[in-house]
Design a protein around this ligand. Structure first.
Ligand SMILES: Cc1ncc(COP(=O)(O)O)c(C=O)c1O
Length: 384
């Protein structure tokens, strides 16, 4: 049970941040059939479902190549390794992401540089990026489409061309998000996806993929992800074992047919929150970049009194989350980069004020309304 053990929370049905049970229940039959198909073929490693999903997913993103791998972190790492940038190349990314983004930069043998975020749309700020690129030679830019919204890719691509950088996209939180009708993940040289269960397209375990229009990069990722293999026992280099599991691919293939509808439902709930909280001046709602079609992996508001609000929501049985409480440049793991408090003020402010509200496609009208009423009551606004 979510919430403090009070009489209020005990009598209310909990509202989680994400409810996977409803989604699974709605797909019980086709997913069971897909799993039965894998069992009957017993092609558990690199099976038919993997190739089928790779083809379908690449097509859905709008690019020719997709290579399934073990998880989103490996997708990022192998994509960056496959790019073969000069050793210790600098890659500029955001301080507001999950640590997998920067772990991948280091694991691939490159150096991390940060540029601050845009305070309204939370993605890499083009002007902050330009200052960093003007100051130091960077080989690549790694934007993260945080919470399901596209970064300002037109400005980022222009800077990349001006400063001769390659662009790689972290799309772990933004399957299907668009900017000017173009899918995120199709702007740069390649992009990395995660199919962690809670993502917009989630497996029943770990999974990930690299998507690209570059056949050489795709082939290199495939080789690296499979022990550097050319044929069964001929290894061109040392790689890793990072496979998209066949069962996961079969499940993802079923879910891929639903994702556009799920993303539309996510946008519906986001619009409801926007509409019903518009007058609550204490809440900063997520702003949408012009031309952007977000997919609301998370619905993140900014508030000053976050702890008290979280507690009040918890008492109403409403879950909330913080994505992320410590920006990457302030993580102990990056103490060696010597980046002090105040270095990236927009990221630091978001980290101290961000609060994720429940949002998932199968949410119910009354659940959305209960979250809204709890927020309105907390700030002393009349209920709707
Ligand atoms: C922005 C971002 N990048 C990368 C990852 C890593 O994905 P995975 O958990 O599949 O390794 C995540 C997952 O949480 C993420 O949110």
């Amino acid at each position: 049970m979510v919430g403090v053990e009070t009489s209020t929370s005990e009598t209310l049905t909990p509202i989680p941040l994400v409810n996977l049970h409803r989604q699974i229940a709605s797909l019980q039959e086709p997913i069971s059939a897909a799993i039965a198909g894998v069992m009957s073929r017993a092609d558990f490693i690199h099976g038919k479902a993997v190739a089928e999903f790779e083809t379908a997913f690449a097509q859905w993103v709008g690019l020719p190549y997709c290579v399934g791998v073990g998880n989103g972190t490996d997708a990022l790492t192998l994509m960056l390794r496959a790019a073969k940038l000069p050793e210790k190349s600098v890659i500029v990314t955001t301080p507001m992401s999950f640590i997998a983004t920067t772990e991948a930069v280091s694991a691939a043998g490159y150096q991390i540089a940060f540029a601050d975020i845009d305070p309204d749309t939370y993605g890499l700020s083009a002007s902050a990026l330009e200052s960093v690129l003007a100051e130091q030679r960077a080989s690549a830019i790694l934007p993260v489409h945080l919470y399901g919204q596209s970064c300002d890719m037109l400005a980022i691509m222009e800077l990349a061309s001006r400063y001769q950088c390659q662009v790689f996209e972290d799309v772990a939180q933004a399957h299907g998000a668009k900017l000017n009708n173009q899918s995120v993940g199709s702007f740069g040289r390649a992009s990395a996806y995660s199919f962690y269960p809670g993502k917009n397209l989630g497996a029943f375990g770990d999974g990930g993929a690299v998507v690209t229009a570059d056949p050489d990069l795709a082939e290199e990722v495939r080789k690296l992800a499979n022990h550097g293999r050319l044929s069964k026992y001929e290894h061109l280099c040392e790689g890793v074992n990072s496979r998209l599991d066949t069962l996961q691919a079969a499940i993802l293939q079923v879910k891929l047919a639903c994702i556009d509808q799920w993303n539309a439902q996510r946008r519906h709930w986001a619009a409801q929150y926007h509409q019903m909280l518009a007058d609550v001046s204490e809440i900063k709602l997520p702003q949408v970049l012009l031309g952007s079609e977000p997919v609301y992996h998370l619905f993140v508001i900014q508030v000053e009194n976050r702890d008290a609000l979280m507690q009040a929501l918890k008492q109403q049985g409403i879950a909330s989350g913080i994505h992320y409480p410590i920006p990457l440049h302030r993580q102990p793991a990056y103490a060696h980069l010597n980046l002090p408090v105040g270095r990236f003020p927009n990221a630091e402010k978001l980290a101290s004020q961000a609060l994720s509200l429940p949002l998932f496609p199968e949410m119910l009208e009354e659940e959305c309304l209960r979250v809204v009423q709890a927020l309105r009551t907390f700030y002393g606004y009349s209920p709707l």
